[in-house]
Write a protein that binds this ligand. Structure first.
Ligand SMILES: Cc1ncc(COP(=O)(O)O)c(C=O)c1O
Length: 362
């Protein structure tokens, strides 16, 4: 195998080598049965065991028992931007905090299915260089739910402490299981798997049971109904079996790391290395998030003095086995995505490269 580089892609992103190896093995031969896990029926006992174990480990990692149902959904997190209002608006409007590209798309998804999205606050005027503080939010008491994106992948800001709201829905795509989640505050949490958890196309979602009970029988196509999916153990049709298997391997790996509190600790240390490199560069590197307390621990975004230097930075870093550092087109600069699978050594290597690059090009 060629050397694995430090891959700073925002997603699909780096996965732990142990997860990839165990999944590759199971793809060829599942538990010595002479067939692989992608080659057996989702209605058979082999896959049923995988699904049960994935649900159990997911709940255990998140510290929930019977309060929430675990769903494996398809169509990416984007599909949930429309299925959430379809399932949960119940003829009312819904509140959206718009703090970046993804929460803006989530609000647009509500409008697509005829649900009024109340923008309770937005930082779009300053290109989402922060998220508006809770004291400025204009919550609507009639709204069916409040939707927030806890980590904005493109703009690099995060909500450290979730607000208290009876019907809080969280898009946690780019930080799912990168830290403990306050499940006691959360009515629904969801995320595309392709950052911290597994391959793209699969969405992990947890929804509180009382919310499930409010979903009507009629008016929502069965395949898009969270209630119908929960009743069918996410198997109304054939689920993405191999992706769910990889998810299970990721859960096992997370447990071996010591669980979510332990991984949060490592992630904070990784992020600190990069933010220190920015803050100690004498202004050569500028963070795009203006409030340090809101800086993402997953997507570290910063700019260099010019486009030319940015391009050179990306090119030179690739020569040192650090790839996929170019920022999103609407933000520019650099985005280093450092999900759970990025080792501390990857961040050390990037921080040291940043220091050397500035010394040579400053
Ligand atoms: C925070 C967030 N939400 C939603 C999405 C959309 O995910 P998908 O491409 O799986 O639909 C992304 C993708 O990067 C994301 O970062």
């Amino acid at each position: 195998m060629s050397t694995r580089v430090y891959n700073f892609s925002a997603g699909p992103a780096m996965l732990p080598l142990e997860v990839l190896e165990a999944s590759a093995k199971a793809l060829i031969d599942f538990q010595g049965k002479g067939f692989g896990i992608a080659e057996c029926s989702h209605r058979g006992k082999e896959f049923d065991g995988v699904a049960d174990e994935a649900i159990a480990r997911c709940k255990s990692l998140l510290g929930v028992s019977d309060s929430h149902e675990v769903l494996f959904l398809q169509g990416g997190a984007t599909q949930l931007f429309t299925t959430i209002p379809m399932n949960l608006a119940g003829g009312k409007s819904a509140d959206y905090l718009v703090s970046g590209e993804w929460s803006k798309k989530a609000a647009a998804g509500a409008k697509e299915v005829g649900v009024t999205a109340n923008i309770i606050a937005t930082s779009e005027a300053s290109n989402f260089d922060h998220h508006p503080e809770a004291t400025t939010w204009k919550l609507n008491p009639e709204a069916a739910y409040l939707h927030v994106c806890s980590n904005e992948t493109v703009h690099g800001n995060r909500i450290v402490d979730l607000p208290t709201h009876a019907q809080l829905i969280v898009d946690a795509s780019s930080e799912f299981m990168a830290r403990p989640h306050a499940m006691d505050k959360i009515a629904m949490i969801y995320g595309g798997a392709q950052k911290n958890l597994g391959p793209s196309g699969l969405v992990l979602a947890l929804i509180r049971k009382d919310l499930l009970a409010t979903i009507p029988d009629k008016g929502i196509p069965k395949l898009f109904s969270f209630r119908a999916q929960a009743e069918a153990k996410s198997m109304i049709n054939t689920p993405p079996t191999f992706s769910i298997y990889m998810l299970l391997e990721t859960f096992r790996w997370l447990e071996r790391q010591g669980g979510l509190a332990a991984i949060e600790h490592v992630n904070a240390a990784k992020a600190k290395l990069l933010y220190d490199a920015i803050d100690q560069s004498g202004g050569y590197y500028t963070g795009t998030v203006i409030k340090p307390s809101q800086r993402s621990h997953m997507n570290v975004t910063f700019r260099l003095p010019s486009e030319e230097k940015t391009d050179e930075f990306v090119k030179q870093a690739a020569k040192h086995d650090m790839v996929a550092l170019k920022g999103y087109r609407t933000v520019g600069g650099i985005r280093a995505s450092i999900y759970n699978a990025m080792p501390l050594a990857g961040c050390q290597s990037l921080a040291s490269f940043m220091h050397d690059f500035k010394a040579k090009n400053g």
